[in-house]
Write a protein of this length. Structure first.
Length: 202
């Protein structure tokens, strides 16, 4: 990759040339979120919408039975999850499960960065929703949950572009990824949220 431009500039140019975009939010997740905002909803319809995607059902039930939400007995159906956790929390879990598939990559180093970024994003989302309940603003749970989940979406986009670039320049990009993130893949998560430095410290 004999190019004097920074890797970021190359990535942005590559994304524009190949018209790379992030996929839209899942139709299923959006339908369930919409139902959760209604005062009345048909739990049978909610079940049918979620169960139209078997992979999504498995992810939602796995999350519902995790230590974070776990009750005295296992949840084995979407209806049981709604009754235990409430529709809004199940809607959030559906959103979470549907987003997970976007954090995948072919390049092994980038795949590791994607996993770290996903763990960070999902933990932020769950924590934000939990805090909204603790400070007695549950009506903002959906907003803070989704906001926290996608707060690093620019980083997700960049990693997806780099993964596509790796298919055309595997050797150079692999060297870059190992040089910048090889020792600690968490760098993609921890080196963030800093205002641009204008000469002084960060």
């Amino acid at each position: 990759m004999n190019d004097e431009r920074s890797l970021l500039d190359q990535a942005l140019a590559f994304a524009e040339e190949r018209q790379i975009t992030l996929p839209v939010f899942s139709d299923v997740a959006q339908k369930v979120q919409k139902a959760a905002r209604e005062e009345r909803y048909d739990i049978g319809e909610i079940e049918r919408v979620i169960e139209s995607d078997s992979a999504l059902v498995a992810e939602v039930l796995r999350a519902a039975n995790s230590a974070f939400f776990g009750g005295l007995s296992q949840v084995s159906s979407i209806r049981a999850a709604v009754l235990r956790l409430g529709l809004q929390r199940v809607a959030n879990l559906v959103f979470l499960a549907s987003e997970k598939s976007r954090y995948a990559a072919h390049h092994p180093e980038i795949a590791g960065l994607m996993r770290d970024l996903w763990h960070h994003a999902s933990a932020c989302a769950l924590a934000a929703e939990w805090i909204s309940r603790k400070v007695r603003f549950p009506q903002h749970g959906e907003t803070v949950f989704i906001g926290a989940l996608v707060h690093d979406i620019g980083k997700l986009f960049l990693l997806r572009v780099l993964d596509e670039m790796a298919r055309t320049t595997p050797a150079d990009l692999s060297a870059f990824v190992k040089a910048h993130f090889g020792r600690d893949r968490r760098a993609v998560v921890t080196l963030k949220h800093r205002p641009a430095a204008s000469g002084g410290g960060a």
